[in-house]
Design a protein around this ligand. Sequence first.
Ligand code: NAD
Length: 456
Amino acid sequence: MGTFTTLVTKQKGFFRTGTTRDITYRLDALQKLRIAIKSNEQVLIDALKEDLNKSEFDAYTSEIGLVLEEIRFAIKHLRLWVKPKRVKTPITHIGARSFILSEPYGTALIISPWNYPFQLAIVPLIGAISAGNCSVIKPSELTPKTSKVLAKLISDLFPEEYISVVEGDAETSQALLNEQFDYIFFTGSVSVGKIIMEAAAKNLIPVTLELGGKSPCIVHKDANIKLAAKRIAWGKFTNAGQTCIAPDYLYLHKSIKNQFLQQFKETTIDLYGKQPLTNENFTRIVSARHFGRLTSFLDNGEIFIGGGYNQEKLTIEPTVLTNITWEDPIMQDEIFGPILPVLEFEELPDVLEGIHRHPKPLSLYIFTENNKVQEKVLSDVSFGGGCVNDTVYHFASPYLPFGGVGSSGIGAYHGKGNFDSFSHQKSILKQTTLFDIPYRYPNVKNGLQKIKFFMK
Ligand code: NAD
């Protein structure tokens, strides 16, 4: 028996009672969660400040507010989402009706990372609740204050046989992976994603994997430079670049390089101050290990902006590196920090080729006023999702399912996509008993001939 067998067995037992199939029960759980988050707003803001030095603005917009919106959306649409979906029935099945039922998987395991430690644990939970599952959440050990608040908030609200938070590190995560869950929803790195999928494969457990990678940001010669600079600087430096969908690197058209970089410098100062290291509201790097990894990139290419850091506070200035090539160490893996390397290009096909030679990105951003260029990039490059003339914003729309492709992930969530992720689509054919088509059986004279008329 594993460490968590008792908990998972309890949840399976609770699921079998059918309680979570009741839509009112699900709506009530969502409502309770919403109220509790609102009343714990300050506690959460304080925890996020302690864990990552997140500002109140960032904590609210990218964690608390985002979650509240997701809950509101689910509450508003849930009765519609759970309705059986009527579909057509082929002529060969005459007399029957067909529909698809969204049924909960059962007990879901949600494993989340540290960079948005509240939001990335709770948004999947909203999907799990909406779809009628029981859940175990394993938040990140690198943001212990937020994990603790999360654990208390959930245990105050729900019995553990319905929803439970298990705090712990990779070992705890491994112990949970030995249990027979019905669904696994993982957000984190590509390397751990592979471990999760391997563990899930042993028991044939379906997964959603929300992973990462290097998300390109292309600025073409005809881009609106001022807006592009502002939207890229914000998307990159918010949360000190520790955002899975942050622009990882820039592909900048040679003809506008100097103009863009100058504008980018001014914008960055506007947003984060002349001395960002003294800015009380600039998010810190999560750990000394990540800090060391990031500062080792500072000798790649040339520093155009920033480059300063504070070892004690684990902060790094918003930094831009020019004269970078694909061979530099910073271009080998996802950066996940406030350092933006710049590649230059003259011809768009070179950009597309450069991206193609690497794993499929989680996001892509293209800044151009030219529709043809937009279409070319969108149709030619495979990536999870992204924006034209913006960064990161697509993440916050409940109408856009969010997820990766290839090594940036499997599956998607947010809005109805969140409900769908945690639901099995059960297809049902409801047959008439008023008559029976004789030709389907092998003992009817000339049956095959008739069948060939319909099945050709
Ligand atoms: P991580 O993969 O190190 O950890 C994620 C979770 O997995 C944590 O809860 C951790 O305890 C657990 N874990 C770690 N090692 C494990 C192991 N060997 N076996 C089982 N579980 C293990 O990721 P992280 O450093 O917390 O987060 C950063 C990564 O997450 C980045 O790569 C980023 O791109 C990605 N990310 C993706 C999204 C998305 O929505 N696609 C969002 C945020 C972050």
